[in-house]
Design a protein around this ligand. Sequence first.
Ligand code: 2HA
Ligand code: ZN
Length: 270
Amino acid sequence: MKHILDAPFLVELARTAAHMYAHGWDERNSGNISVLLDGAEAEQYVDPDAVLRDIPTGFEAPALDGKYFLVTGAGKYFKNVGDDPALNLGLVRLAEGGRTARLLWGLTDGGSPTSEFPAHMMSHGARLAQDPDSRVVMHCHPSNLLAMTYVHDLDSRAFTRTLWRMCTEGILVFPDGVNVLPWMLCGTNEIGAATAERMADARLVVWAQHGIYGAGRSLDETFGLIETAEKAAEIYLKIAHLPRLNTITDGQLRQLEQRYGVRARPGWLD
Ligand code: 2HA
Ligand code: ZN
């Protein structure tokens, strides 16, 4: 058995959590990450029969039954993940149709997977149905996106079109756009289901007055999605109160689509 602290997926998750903290996206215990692991790779580091604890999840996720996830723990601080991965992370395998998370490593203080475990697992299910290579779900509280939800129309198309206009790269990084969820109580199966529903046609879901969810094939891709949307929101907040003399037009967005071979969300360009 290889040593899990050397596992590339763990090293990368710890590094990513540190970057997210450094960006100010994950104050205190906020934010959470889950990574779907390749089963054969996970079994190089943990024995699926050596179950430390069974943790009830409170939801069902039959499509994810038997799958391994590395997840951040409930109440844990992103700034501390690298210093003590075994305390702050857990490696679980879903069982019994997703109703149980079998803890195989980590959460050494008796902790549980992130409080947003339902939103994470349901989002994995939704993204995998669209893209079998999807692996990562990431949640955090980037200040500019969060601030934008107080002053901008929450219609997903309108919100996306504003972000696309705030930097040329936006439409290239998230051509599928951003879906916006109105404020809902976090940590519940209800917000999990609503998030997953909005993950069916976008890899970014904004939680109004709370934060954002991103999903992607890798930690880098998912981090980059959130980073780019957050940059666009930052530009918006810098200019929203100023007279607008210039903009990126729909015609220019179409030029970007064509030149770089991306397809904007159908109907979201005029
Ligand atoms: O983990 O961010 O949404 C704390 C949160 C809950
Ligand atoms: Zn949150």
